[in-house]
Design a protein around this ligand. Structure first.
Ligand SMILES: Nc1ncnc2c1ncn2[C@@H]1O[C@H](COP(=O)(O)OP(=O)(O)O)[C@@H](O)[C@H]1O
Ligand SMILES: [Mg+2]
Length: 261
């Protein structure tokens, strides 16, 4: 967590006003969070946030949880006082064209436009839909709450603004592998999805429970490469558990068990 001031609709309104006047000089008294937020957010993103704050979907952003190359995740607070994760896909300096393979083969997204901004909005909606499918199939994922343009709001997994550790960051036990494999299997068989970016970095361990996240790349099992992605996911997990000193599982058998059952 960076040091933070609350980012509410007044701050967003000011930032928008700057865009409108196209003033160059920076606002006074900026927090570190606010700098992050100004560097990465374009006008359309600010407008989406403004709408979200004005509609009281959340009351304010309470700081940056993680700021990556393609997305920034913020800690948001709802009017009821619940913590939520606000994942904002960055429209600035990102190349979403390489993500087309996760979209084009998926029959749910046949009729799409291929300009970058629309693609990012589609990518965001895709993560939301995938989370919704998984969540309603009772697979442990953050509950998706809201999506608008490149902004996705979901249940916050962890404590006050501090995300639960990922498998990459914490000790693991035998039963973690069982949970992980069951999760992949249920995802395929009940939600008809393959995660496609499954690794220790996209799995939380929260009070001994494994929770999968980062679902933008997930594809429907009818995608022509779904089986390749599933094999890759299984191999990633196998490699990780071996690296941590656990015995390997048979990837081919697990794959068959998942797709043939
Ligand atoms: N629902 C959530 N609750 C708490 N923290 C989250 C949540 N979703 C993402 N994060 C935090 O943001 C980081 C990046 O999220 P992720 O969805 O993996 O984005 P990316 O596509 O950039 O990898 C996670 O490692 C975690 O620290
Ligand atoms: Mg990730």
């Amino acid at each position: 967590m960076l040091h933070s001031d609350k980012i509410d609709n007044h701050i967003i309104a000011k930032a928008l006003a700057r865009f409108n006047k196209s003033q160059k000089e920076p606002l006074k008294k900026q927090s570190e969070d606010f700098q992050v937020f100004q560097e990465v957010f374009d006008k359309a993103t600010l407008m989406a946030l403004y709408h979200i704050l004005n509609s009281q979907i959340i009351s304010y952003l309470n700081g940056v949880v993680r700021s990556g190359k393609e997305s920034s995740v913020f800690w948001g607070v709802t009017p009821e006082g619940n913590n939520v994760a606000v994942k904002i896909f960055l429209t600035v300096a990102s190349n979403f064209k390489k993500k087309l393979i996760y979209i084009e083969g998926d029959h749910r997204f046949r009729h799409i436009q291929k300009n970058n901004y629309k693609l990012i909005a589609l990518w965001t909606k895709k993560e939301f839909k995938n989370l919704h499918l998984a969540y309603s199939s009772e697979i442990p994922v953050p509950k998706p709450l809201y999506v608008r343009r490149n902004v996705l709001i979901m249940e916050f997994i962890g404590g006050e603004g501090i995300p639960a550790p990922t498998l990459a960051e914490i000790e693991i036990e035998d039963q973690d592998l069982d949970q992980v494999l069951l999760l992949i299997k249920k995802l395929y068989q009940k939600a008809h999805l393959v995660h496609s970016d499954f690794s220790e970095f996209n799995l939380f361990k929260h009070s001994s429970k494994i929770i999968a996240f980062d679902f933008a790349s997930a594809v429907h099992i009818s995608h022509p490469m779904a089986n390749d992605f599933l094999l890759r996911d299984l191999n990633n997990i196998n490699r990780f558990f071996i690296k941590r000193g656990y015995s390997s599982f048979n990837v081919t058998e697990m794959f068959k068990e998942i797709v043939e059952e």
